[in-house]
Design a protein around this ligand. Structure first.
Ligand code: PLP
Length: 384
C-alpha cells in the first residue's frame, strides 16, 4: 500500500536535533562519555511533597476516571491564587484559567481554534519550535520576526509591514526567552498590546521561565500590562519551575474568549489531565522554587565565567537556564560547530540554527547538569 503523508506534515521543517541525537548515541556506543548541554530538561528531582501527593491520590478510585477537559476546579482556583500572590492579578477560575497537558500541548493546539488556510501567525526567530509547527499543522503560515542582538532580541513590531500585520491572527512571544535568555521590558509589552489592538491579533505569551530568574530581577506577567487581557493569553508550565517535565502539566490564562475556543478544540482531542496529577499540581503551586534558582545561578556563574575565560562571547543571562553563545570566529555553521564539538570532545550543545535561521551564528548551552560536569565541559572545550 502506498501511504502518503499529508501536505501539512510534509511542510514541517526538518528536525535538526535528531541528527545530533543519533551522533550522541553513536559516540556513547563507542563507550565515550557525553556531557549533554543540549536538552532543556531540568535534572533536579521533583520536590518530595508533590511526588507524595501523587502517590496518595493515584490510589484513590475517584481519581481514576476521565476528568473534565476544563480541568479540576480546585486546580484552577490554586492557579488563580498563585497569580494573585505572584503578580497581583485577578483571574476568574471559572473562565480565565485552563489547565493543559503541558503548555506545549496548548501552544500547539491553539492555532486550530483561530486559523483558516493561509492565515499568518507572527513567530519569533529563533524560537521554541511549536509556535511554528502548530501554525503549519493548522494550515497557517508562520511569518518570521527576527530576534536580533541589536534589538535586545525583541521583535521590531514597527518594521512589520501593514499587509502582513493585517493578515496575521496570532503573535507568539516568549520572555524570559528560550533560547536567547533575553528579558522583555514593560515598555515593549505595552507596545505589544497597542500593536495587537490595532491589528486585532491574539497575543500568545509563553511565560514558561517566569520562575527561573537570578539577581532578584523577577520577570513579570504579560497580563500585568493594561489592556493585555483584552488581546491575549499567557502560558505557564510546572515543567521548569518544579522539575516536572515528564508529568505533563501546565496552564493557559487570560482572555476568556481565547480560552473558551482552545477548550473547545481540546475537548475534541483529549479528555483532561489525570486527576492525581492535577491534585499534585495544587501542592506544587504552594511551594517555592528558591533552591532550584540558587542551583541554576551557581551553574550560570560557573559556565559564564568559564566560557568567557576561553574567549567566547556570551549573552547576559538574567533568567532561564540557558546561555546563548556566539560561535567562535573560525566557524560559520552552528550545526558544524556542534557536531565537531560532540565528536571531538563529547560535549553536546544545541546549534542556534535549530531554532530558526536567525539563530545561526550562535549555540545554546543548557545548565541542566551538575556544577562539576559543567566544569569538566569547560575543560573539554578548552582543548577543542
Ligand atoms: C520548556 C518550555 C515550555 C514548557 O513545555 P511543557 O510542555 O509545559 O513541558 C514552554 N515554552 C518554552 C519556550 C519552553 O522552553
Amino acid at each position: 500500500m502506498n501511504i502518503s503523508l499529508s501536505h501539512r506534515l510534509k511542510k514541517l521543517p526538518p528536525y535538526l536535533f535528531s541528527e545530533l541525537g543519533y551522533l550522541k548515541e553513536e559516540i556513547q556506543k563507542q563507550g565515550k562519555d557525553v556531557i549533554d548541554l543540549g536538552v532543556g530538561d531540568p535534572d533536579l528531582p521533583t520536590p518530595e511533597p508533590i511526588v507524595k501527593q501523587l502517590c496518595v491520590q493515584a490510589r484513590k478510585k475517584e481519581n481514576q476516571f476521565y476528568s473534565s477537559p476544563r480541568g479540576l476546579f480546585e486546580l484552577r482556583q490554586a492557579i488563580s491564587e498563585w497569580y494573585r500572590k505572584r503578580f497581583n492579578i485577578f483571574l476568574d477560575p471559572e473562565t480565565e484559567v485552563l489547565p493543559l497537558i503541558g503548555s506545549k500541548e496548548g501552544i500547539a493546539h491553539l492555532p486550530l481554534a483561530f486559523l483558516n488556510p493561509q492565515d499568518l501567525t507572527l513567530v519569533p526567530d529563533p524560537a521554541y519550535p511549536p509556535y511554528r509547527t502548530g501554525t503549519i499543522l493548522a494550515g497557517g503560515i508562520p511569518y518570521s520576526l527576527p530576534l536580533l542582538r541589536e534589538n535586545r532580541f525583541l521583535p521590531a513590531l514597527n518594521k512589520i509591514r501593514k499587509e502582513i500585520a493585517q493578515r496575521a491572527k496570532i503573535l507568539f512571544l516568549n520572555y524570559p526567552n528560550n533560547p536567547t535568555s533575553a528579558f522583555a521590558p514593560a515598555d515593549f509589552l505595552k507596545e505589544v498590546v497597542e500593536f495587537a489592538k490595532r491589528y486585532e491579533i491574539i497575543v500568545c505569551y509563553d511565560n514558561a521561565y517566569s520562575e527561573i530568574y537570578f539577581d532578584n530581577l523577577r520577570p513579570g506577567s504579560f497580563l500585568e500590562i493594561k489592556g493585555a487581557k483584552d488581546v491575549g493569553v499567557e502560558f505557564h508550565s510546572l515543567s521548569k519551575t518544579y522539575n516536572m517535565s515528564g508529568w505533563r502539566i501546565g496552564w493557559v490564562c487570560g482572555n476568556r474568549e481565547v480560552i473558551e475556543a482552545l477548550a473547545k478544540v481540546k475537548s475534541n482531542i483529549d479528555s483532561g489531565l489525570f486527576l492525581a496529577i492535577q491534585r499534585a499540581g495544587i501542592v506544587a503551586l504552594s511551594l517555592e522554587n528558591k533552591k532550584e534558582r540558587e542551583v541554576y545561578k551557581r551553574r550560570r556563574d560557573v559556565m559564564l565565567e568559564g566560557l568567557r575565560s576561553l574567549g567566547f562571547e556570551v549573552e547576559e543571562a538574567k533568567a532561564t537556564f540557558y546561555l546563548w553563545v556566539h560561535l567562535p570566529k573560525n566557524f560559520t555553521s552552528s550545526l558544524e560547530f556542534s557536531q565537531k564539538l560532540l565528536k571531538e570532545q563529547g560535549v553536546m550543545v544545541t546549534p542556534g540554527v535549530g531554532f530558526g535561521e536567525y539563530g545561526e551564528g550562535y549555540f545554546r548551552v543548557a545548565l541542566t547538569v551538575s556544577e562539576s560536569r559543567l566544569k569538566e565541559a569547560i575543560e573539554r572545550i578548552r582543548l577543542f
